[in-house]
Design a binder for this molecule. Sequence first.
Ligand code: MBD
Ligand code: FE
Length: 284
Amino acid sequence: MTDIITEQATAAASGAAATEQFRTKQRTGTAEADTKRVDTLVSELLAAAHDIIRRRKVTYAEYDALKSWLIQVGQDGEWPLFLDVWIEHVVEEVSNENREGSKGTIEGPYYVPDSPLLSPEATLPMRDAEEGTPLLFQGQVTSVDGTPLAGAKVEIWHADADGLYSRFAPNLPEWNLRGTVIADGQGNFRIRTVEPAPYQIPTDGSCGRLIAAAGWHAWRPAHLHLKVSAPGHQLITTQLYFRGGEHVEDDIASAVKPELVLDPAPAADGTGNEVTYDFVLDKA
Ligand code: MBD
Ligand code: FE
């Protein structure tokens, strides 16, 4: 995958890497080849499009602009980005509506499985002079009944100060700011990293052109991505944000929930900030 990444951090390069990553991925559960379900979903999607065309009297010029834009999204490899920014949040909402434990939110396009295994107290892989305020992120993983989940897996990944994710941008150490932390016997973890910066989705590709054409902005608030799991429990895919940060109120990906906003305080040891956040997992 990394060989697709060119020397430049372009939309096309990160898009190609995200497309390739998605092709190798297995989310649990497969969509049944159920003719009736496909008929229902695709018919309703098309009917919604037809309705907009009639109500808004869409012109041939607009139809052709849409057609060429759709073709270009594929050429840029930006379907993962487009879908995860503008569609995934509703799929996440309906998938997890019956959970009692911690809130989840969208995964986004930049997860990579099998990041380096780290001990319960760990520093994420990073460069010697990694930019950003040091952050101690700690907490406990428990079951909904309060039982601590010994050895729970806390996978974490986030962008660097330039908004770049390792494996999707050039010239970054392979696993920069990614790790799989194994919690201790009480489900506790202590992760040292740096606070990420607000993130702008690539503006030089098709998604960027859409954003500019519609007069929107391209920003997500600064965020940590996490997947938390333990045997016998449902995995949570989530993100955490920072109170008062830019774009917490207007995330382009609509993925912020009030329960997911952290309130870090100056760290007890005087270096950077620290925050505690506990994860509660539903039973499988
Ligand atoms: C991201 O980092 C992200 O989390 C999402 C959802 C979309 C684009 C980039
Ligand atoms: Fe992200």
